[in-house]
Design a protein around this ligand. Structure first.
Ligand code: GSH
Length: 360
């Protein structure tokens, strides 16, 4: 049996569960213990991160994007990627934006607001560390401090960027509401990788956490409905057709990704090439400083460029160009992450986390 290790409040565990449930791939969920997270799983996969999967044959894997690609080769029907290569590329782009760019607002809304932080510190420690013999208040204090300092304070959230960090979430809700008013999922009648990618931040953080949750329920109920529609979707009964082509209502999302995530990927890849541990960037006018450089995110840009070049369709370049997203996608001539040269991800014991500098 496939065993998924994670936590019930975790961004990427939620993404993986959403995928496995929709595809009706049998699996058992196990809460990750502190021992799993800090020792057992890093020994198996390399990265200290969740989720991780142990297959029935004893092999381990991590990293949701390559894991989903691997499952797609074993459970191909119905495919999570559209047959239309332009739509498929947009799914990859939206997934990457959801995985990497929305991480910061998701962590900010969770850890900067006491109403969220208090609840989440309790939920996390109750699940990951029920038997650790130190007082509960100390476990919760340590968890809150670890998460806030690594993923908010040391990830560029400051008084100067806070409005941009929060505004990105509000913009996303507006853009998704327009799309979901006309169809159940981003590309039509069934989920694609675009929905699964967005599910990471939107389910376990933005819908479930108190501070962003109230914003979603009050201002974007169509998005709340989509979150739970996807959680309940099963391939054997949710099998509506996808739309033809790329509907106009998806274009503002591509533009938003070009202004935010792709700019950040370029700034990060430049810093990596210079050997800098952190970098500055201006996103939609907001000055982000001391953002930690991520080798993993250089790999993200490398993969996106590779996938773009594989499409070989002028229509895709025209679509991205029309939203100012082509230039940042291709700005860095050859991002060279040096990660996964043997193309063995999601397997192997050398996988890397998104941030190498996490403390605690
Ligand atoms: N690229 C990975 C990212 C996984 C990830 O970063 N997971 C978070 C929790 S949702 C984590 O374990 N972070 C490491 C930490 O907290 O130290 C994936 O797609 O699975």
């Amino acid at each position: 049996m496939t065993t998924l290790y994670g936590l019930k409040v975790s961004y990427f565990t939620g993404k993986m569960e959403g995928y496995l449930r929709y595809k009706e791939i049998p699996f058992t969920y196990r809460s990750m213990s502190v021992e799993d997270f800090t020792k057992r799983i890093p020994e198996k996969v390399g990265a200290r991160q969740m989720p991780a999967i142990e297959l029935a044959d004893g092999r381990w894997m991590t990293d949701t994007s390559p894991m989903i690609d691997w499952f797609e080769t074993h459970y191909p029907e119905p495919p999570i990627l559209p047959a239309d290569p332009v739509q498929a590329f947009l799914c990859r782009l939206i997934e990457d934006y959801a995985d990497e760019w929305l991480w910061r607002p998701a962590m900010h809304f969770r850890w900067s607001y006491p109403v969220s932080a208090t609840l989440l510190a309790r939920q996390i420690t109750d699940e990951i560390a029920p038997d650790v013999p130190i007082p509960g208040w100390l476990k919760r204090w340590r968890t809150e401090r670890r998460q806030k300092s690594n993923f908010v304070d040391r990830d560029g959230v400051t008084p100067e960027t806070r409005a941009n960090v929060e505004g990105g979430y509000v913009t996303l809700l507006k853009l998704l509401t327009r799309i979901l008013e006309t169809r159940p999922f981003l590309f039509g009648g069934r989920p694609t990788l675009a929905d699964i990618g967005l599910f990471g931040p939107l389910f376990r953080h933005f819908a479930m956490d108190p501070a962003p949750g109230v914003i979603m329920r009050e201002t974007a109920p169509a998005v709340s409905e989509w979150v739970y529609r996807l959680w309940n979707a099963r391939a054997s009964r949710v099998d509506g057709p996808l739309v033809a082509g790329v509907p106009d209502d998806l274009l503002p999302l591509v533009k938003e990704i070009g202004e935010t995530h792709l700019q950040a990927l370029c700034a990060n890849a430049d810093a990596w090439a210079r050997g800098d541990k952190s970098y500055e960037m201006v996103i939609q006018g907001a000055p982000y400083r001391a953002v930690p450089t991520s080798q993993y995110r250089v790999w993200c840009l490398e993969k996106l460029q590779e996938r773009f070049r594989a499409v070989d369709d002028g229509a895709l370049a025209a679509l991205l160009g029309g939203q100012n997203a082509l230039e940042p996608l291709l700005r860095i001539a050859s991002p060279n992450s040096g990660y996964d040269p043997g193309r063995i991800a999601p397997f192997g014991s050398q996988s890397i986390p998104v941030f190498a500098q996490v403390r605690g």
